[in-house]
Design a protein around this ligand. Sequence first.
Ligand SMILES: Cc1ncc(COP(=O)(O)O)c(C=O)c1O
Length: 411
Amino acid sequence: MAAQGRAREEVLSDLRSFKAGDIDWAHGRAPLFVFKGDDQAHEVGREAFFEYFSENALGAKRAFHSVRRMEEEVLDMALDLFHAPESGRGFMTTGGTESIIQAVQTCRDWTREQRGKPGLRGNIVAPESLHPAFDKGARLMDLEIRRAPVGPDFRADVAAMEALIDENTMMLVGSAPCFPYGVIDPIAELGALAQRRGLWLHVDACVGGYLAPFARRIGRDIPDFDFSVPAVTSISADLHKFGFCPKPASTVFYRDPDKARLHAFDFNAWPNGRFSTATIVGTRPAGGVAAAWATMQFLGVEGYERVARELMEFIDRYKAGVGAIDGLQVLGRPHLSIVAFGAQDFDIFAVAERLSAKGWLPGLVQRPKAIHRMMSLLHAPSLDEYLADLRECVTAVRAETAAPSSLEATY
Ligand SMILES: Cc1ncc(COP(=O)(O)O)c(C=O)c1O
């Protein structure tokens, strides 16, 4: 650290200059990480965030009643969206990973209590397309994750999952949609399995939670994935992805208060008295809560439907454009805006390498090899440019007999 502080303008100007080497995400060059719905909603979210820049959501219960109120209103809107019964309960967190870890911990504690086995090392049975956030949780809590192969349509294979269940299984998981292929798992069938075997069913709707309901309302083919499926016990859904809210903002929901009671942390055995938080983290930006509230208020159902329509129409054009390039095939039938495509006759990673040289950061799937993008309206304006570059790269790769690409798929 320098002995003397530097001038404000100098510091900020340095900071801005650092961005020069970053990927040009604003023009759709990143295959994930940043999301765009509606420009005005983005501005409202940004202003709301900075309005609550200093407040701490850790103090929502005692000091910042306005933050608590906004949090409750966000959760109420979402409970309604996910067809939760009156008894449903929700919590705001800082991201999909935190929502998932908390749902897993709640399930673990509930299962141990129910089975009278406080030391149970439980396992979670899921399709192999499950997000690694569950493995993070399993590592922290010493649990086991059992991944079953997916079916030929890349959705969870319910029979293959059932074969992995044993007496220590505590949770089944399906995604809506899964990250690698963008398909929604057969949640109703998983629900029937969960009911038959008396298991907790979690739906990871981190990606689709705030897009699928609106895609469905505008007539897209979206299978049941929320609490309308009777066996769904908990749901994780990220506001900072397709809820188009500023980071950090995610949500997690439970059908029953009896299970939700085990979510929060409550502790009193230290000098300072009662410490209770509803999240893993302590200090948490109130800006994320305020911005989520403001974004949802600003867009409303009509706004989210409008964005969903625009986004899904763009995705239709994207899939058609990819499909029209000789040799490329979209994997499965993606339900929303994650699309992966591969090739049978040539190395698709070699295509990704060439796209990378043209400034498109590659998103990759390793099994089967594919190019992957989680798209929002950030990607729409560059569609023609992307497809033209893709076509050129495919033609070049088909013309060469080079060694396979050494690219490694990295999230
Ligand atoms: C299906 C799914 N679940 C969970 C997560 C984790 O979300 P976060 O990065 O907000 O922790 C992601 C992230 O992309 C995801 O795709």
